[in-house]
Ligand binder design. Structure first.
Ligand code: HDE
Length: 702
């Protein structure tokens, strides 16, 4: 995202609370203040003051460097070890501090204070990530987003480690390494980076019918979000809430973005990747900087064991949703992210999430994927963070305090005292002991059955919810899914893999299969695999759609105004004011950055330069040009692309008379979303949404 001017907030002035501390940018400003004044001495890691940090110790002016230079060796040694292994999945992530405030008590269902103490603020750290790419990969590939939240509760840390889609590819943890190996870069050639559009991924999927529901979500616009602030989060698995009398209720967790859902169109996502690799991270950073703190409502679906038995699917199967139309969502509180970390490595990189981090009053379900995850994350942290004491790293340290007899190990930071490091004991009465208020697992009777590598019969239906999802989508979304499948499979070089996928899609929806087959020139349609159980026609679930549920708003969005020498400053000002009043961040883009002369011979400041600020950075654009400015930019490729892309990405375009030559050169056709620059009301209305009616005019129909 381009740098934008600090924005007027339409809501009450949002300030970070003292709870989450400091300014939205933590202590980053402090260091600069120190530079000119009194500053501490630079030291080695042993605390020895350093007199010269620019020159290593040499035997003579042009002689060899001496081994005894401990200042140099220590500095280089530390540098050599600055990287830790990146996460095998979810390596690319953006973390922000914030707070969660409970608004409705779940006291009937749980003893967890986090969910019973209304109006209490719990500090949180959230990390939102892509799955497939490495730590330095782009922000906008087609990919699921991880949505992990660490709650620093008074009863210990609680981690809700979810994704932005509510289901997963596989039903059993034992398949996860295969899934990830198939998804990541192919091992012999080391590409593609951050992309599922390649043979090994689709080969694996074509052998994994249980993945079909997730694949439908993956091919939807959910996986090409406009902003990390505009995605939903889901806990995916069923968990349990346990109340005072030990009664258990199943729960599914949902995060709902206050800004509403919004995605990009595919061509836009591809172009953003080229224009700004860090688009989502920068967008989050700038929003926090402006005080436009992103927020999510936390909602729960609650159901009993008996109710679950009546569902036409098994809720312990993580490839299934519990449709909201069956079990409605209850909003219980809100998370606001309001403070950027002080240091990316110390916090975002070293944060260690683990689904096994739960607090009294919450428990796991028997979902076999969840059960495998309970092992994996702790194990991962050992190799990523180098030892068993990673819970002492500040970002991972519970605020509730830790008291136990664990001792020693790599990187032990504490200095435990006393002679007793065991329990039970009688030598030191003040040492920690068990408590009745401590964590208790739900006393769930275990089912009788035989030991074995078994998949429950109730997990056998792989297509019904995939069909339900596809058929619930609006026609525009269905077209996007068909295009996404065609794009992904067109990158698969092995013909039988493409055909096997089309064959599966036939079990989901015949019409979708035909569209995809046509796009891949597959004729005749391959025979569909026989489903293990008959595919059901489930009622539609409108809650799974995105476009029909988009909020018409400019809050948190961005507007770009393209100008040049001689543009009319009155028009620019009125568009800027209207857009800012509607909550947008406004950027003035021009062929050159800085000051330019307007029609009234005033000066106007351009925030961004055209070549580096394509229209993919904005949700709507205005083009305000003099006659000569319009003619000049009609011959400028970047200006034509600015307008043509805004048009084909279905964005509102406001233009004045002078801009017409550029609009003509860019092939912009008149429609409801192309409005006169003087009609700011019409522009703001059109800018609050995308012009879906335009889509058939700008993209071939699939
Ligand atoms: Fe993860 N996952 N996962 N995962 N996952 C990791 O843990 C794993 C799964 C998710 O921002 C790793 O610390 C297994 C589902 C997120 O730091 C690793 C299985 C969901 C993050 C791991 C799953 C997730 C991870 C890699 C199948 C959504 C990033 C680094 C049994 C509900 C957290 C790390 C962050 C990270 C294992 C499946 C979400 C390797 C074995 C399902 C958001 O431990």
């Amino acid at each position: 995202m381009p740098r934008s001017k600090p924005q007027k907030s339409s809501g009450p002035k949002k300030k970070p609370t003292s709870k989450s501390g400091g300014t939205p940018l933590g202590n980053a400003g402090e260091h600069h203040q120190k530079a000119g004044g009194k500053h501490p001495a630079l030291t080695t890691n042993q605390g020895v003051p350093i007199s010269d940090n620019q020159n290593s110790l040499r035997a003579s002016e042009r002689g060899p460097t001496l081994l005894e230079d401990f200042v140099l060796r220590e500095k280089i040694m530390h540098f050599d070890h600055e990287r830790i292994p990146e996460r095998i999945v979810h390596a690319r992530g953006t973390g922000v501090h914030g707070r969660f405030t409970l608004k409705k008590s779940l006291g009937r269902y749980t003893t967890a204070k986090l969910f019973t103490e209304v109006d209490v603020e719990t500090p949180v750290f959230a990390r939102i990530s892509t799955v497939a790419g490495g730590a330095g990969s782009v922000d906008t590939p087609r990919d699921v987003r991880g949505f992990a939240v660490k709650f620093y509760t008074g009863e210990g840390n609680y981690d809700l480690v979810g994704n932005n889609v509510p289901v997963f590819f596989i039903q059993d943890a034992i398949k996860f390494p295969d899934l990830v190996h198939a998804l990541k870069m192919e091992p012999d050639r080391a590409f593609p980076q951050a992309a599922s559009a390649h043979d090994t991924f689709w080969d694996f999927i074509s052998h994994t019918p249980e993945a079909m529901h997730m694949v439908m979500w993956q091919m939807s616009d959910r996986t090409i979000p406009r902003s990390l602030r505009m995605i939903e989060g889901f806990g995916v698995h069923s968990f349990r809430l346990i109340n005072q009398s030990g009664k258990s209720t199943f729960v599914k967790f949902h995060w709902r973005p206050v800004l509403g859902l919004q995605s990009t169109v595919w061509d836009e996502a591809v172009k953003i990747a080229g224009a700004d690799q860090d688009f989502h991270r920068r967008d989050m950073f700038e929003a926090i900087l402006r005080g436009d703190f992103p927020a999510w409502d936390l909602a729960v679906q609650l159901f009993t064991e008996e109710e679950a038995e009546g569902f036409p699917f098994d809720h312990l199967d993580p490839t299934k949703i519990v449709p909201e139309e069956m079990v409605p969502l209850k909003v219980i509180g809100r998370m606001v992210l309001d403070r950027w970390p002080d240091n990316f490595f110390a916090e975002t990189e070293q944060v260690a999430f683990c689904p096994a981090n739960i607090v009294p009053g919450i428990d796991f379900s028997n979902d076999p994927l969840l059960q495998g995850r309970l092992f994996s994350y702790l194990d991962t942290q050992l190799s990523r963070l180098g030892g068993p004491n990673f819970h002492q790293i500040p970002i991972n340290a519970p605020r509730a305090g830790v008291a136990n007899n664990q001792r020693d190990g790599h990187m032990q930071m504490g200095v435990p005292t006393g002679r007793v490091a065991y329990e039970p004991q009688s030598l030191e009465p003040d040492k920690p002991r068990e408590t009745d208020a401590g964590f208790r697992s739900c006393a769930q009777p275990t089912e009788d059955g035989s030991k074995g590598r078994i998949r429950a019969e109730s997990f056998a239906d792989h297509y019904s919810q995939a069909r339900q999802f596809y058929r619930s989508q609006s026609p525009v979304e269905q077209a996007h899914m068909a295009s996404a499948l065609i794009f992904e499979l067109s990158k698969v070089q092995t013909a039988h893999v493409r055909e096997a996928m089309v064959a599966h899609v036939r079990n989901i929806d015949q019409d979708l299969a035909k569209r995809v087959a046509k796009g891949l020139s597959i004729d005749p349609l391959p025979t569909a695999p026989k489903p293990a159980v008959p595919v059901q026609d489930l009622p539609k679930s409108p809650a799974t759609t995105l476009i029909p549920r988009m909020k018409e708003t400019l809050e948190g969005r961005a507007v770009g105004i393209l100008v040049a020498e001689g543009s009319d400053e009155g028009t620019v000002d009125s568009i800027r004011t209207a857009a800012e009043d509607a909550g947008a961040a406004v950027t003035v883009v021009a062929p050159t950055i800085g000051k330019l002369k307007t029609a009234g011979r005033k000066t106007l400041n351009a925030d961004a330069q055209l070549a580096g600020s394509p229209s993919v950075f904005y949700d709507a654009v205005a083009v305000v040009l003099s006659e000569s400015g319009g003619t000049m930019l009609a011959g400028e490729a970047a200006a034509k692309a600015f307008v043509a892309d805004a048009f084909s990405h279905l964005k509102a375009i406001a233009a004045d008379g002078g801009a017409q030559a550029l609009l003509d050169a860019a092939g912009v056709m008149p429609d409801a979303g192309v409005v006169a620059a003087s009609d700011t009301k019409a522009f703001i209305k059109a800018a609050k949404t995308r012009q879906w009616a335009r889509e058939p005019e700008v993209r071939s129909k699939t």
